[in-house]
Design a protein around this ligand. Structure first.
Ligand code: FES
Length: 287
């Protein structure tokens, strides 16, 4: 069974025929979410956690409870079940918006699987909408059946979403497994740091970006928390921030706080000290 499911998902990931529609759709989504406020809101930058998986509990939970009422409460639960179907439909709107925003920053096989995930969810929503209409017109039997099928389709689509996170690593913090020792490490001569020039060094296998900005030397982990982009290939922007070259996440140099999505997790900051013209760093003790 497991091999069969993995084979199907791998086949979807290899379907390069989806690339045309994926790239067109990703372009629309990127344009629609270009503003900082919208991107931060949908990415969960304000929450410190991707928003889409949090919201997805609402429609799935509402529809699962509607079907549970259908099965256990019969006609006595009809009104509550219809309300739950409607609640699921309402909550599916922001859930989908957050999901599309995340999806637009993926490429290749994960983007194709993500597209199939979205199509499955759209089918689930359509079935629930049809169920709500049928229930509102007094055709409870049809409504119950449509809800049940819709829930099944949504669960299959959710499996694809889980695969993207847990197997492909989409949406996870890409610095989560970096654990350098906490001692001070001599990494560079101060003389190599000119104003706003990004310098990459490595401490026990962990890449770190150094930058001198307004006379102060800062250090952050150089692997973007969003999808692993190289921050040392980015640029200094705004008021003491660094921008990732891959999807434009922005982190504050002073403490690594994510101030612009799609990143929702802060960049690990490093303490810096200058000793006899040398730059020493260690993972920030206050983080
Ligand atoms: S890798 Fe996506 S913004 Fe950095």
């Amino acid at each position: 069974m497991r091999k069969l499911i993995e084979g199907v998902i791998d086949d979807i990931g290899e379907m390069s025929s989806l690339d045309g529609v994926c790239s067109k759709t990703a372009g629309w989504v990127t344009r629609a979410t270009k503003g900082d406020f919208v991107k931060n809101a949908l990415s969960g930058t304000w929450l410190g956690h991707p928003l889409h998986p949090v919201l997805s509990d609402l429609p799935v939970g509402a529809w699962a409870m509607a079907s549970a009422l259908d099965v256990t409460a019969g006609r006595g639960g009809a009104k509550a079940a219809r309300r739950l179907v409607g609640l699921g439909l309402l909550s599916a709107v922001p859930t989908a918006a957050a999901g599309w925003s995340d999806w637009a920053d993926t490429y290749g096989p994960p983007q194709r699987v993500g597209y199939a995930h979205a199509l499955g969810n759209a089918a689930g929503v359509a079935l629930q909408a049809a169920s709500w209409v049928a229930r509102a017109r007094g055709r409870r039997g049809a409504g119950v059946m449509l809800s049940g099928v819709g829930l099944g389709v949504t669960v299959c689509a959710a499996y694809l979403g889980g695969h993207l996170s847990f197997v492909r690593g989409i949406g996870v913090n890409h610095t989560a497994f970096q654990e350098p020792a906490t001692k001070w490490t001599d990494v560079a001569s101060l003389s190599v740091l000119s104003e706003d020039k990004l310098v990459r060094v490595t401490v026990e296998g962990v890449p770190v970006v150094l930058v001198r900005h307004d006379g102060q030397v800062y250090a952050l982990s150089a692997t973007c928390t969003h999808a692993g982009g190289p921050l040392d290939e980015g640029k200094i922007v705004g008021d003491g921030c660094i921008e990732c070259p891959w999807h434009g996440s922005v982190f504050r140099l002073a403490d690594g706080e994510a101030v612009r999505g799609p990143a929702s997790v802060d960049e690990p900051p490093w303490d810096v000290k200058i000793d006899s013209g040398r730059v020493l760093v260690r993972p920030a003790t206050s983080s």
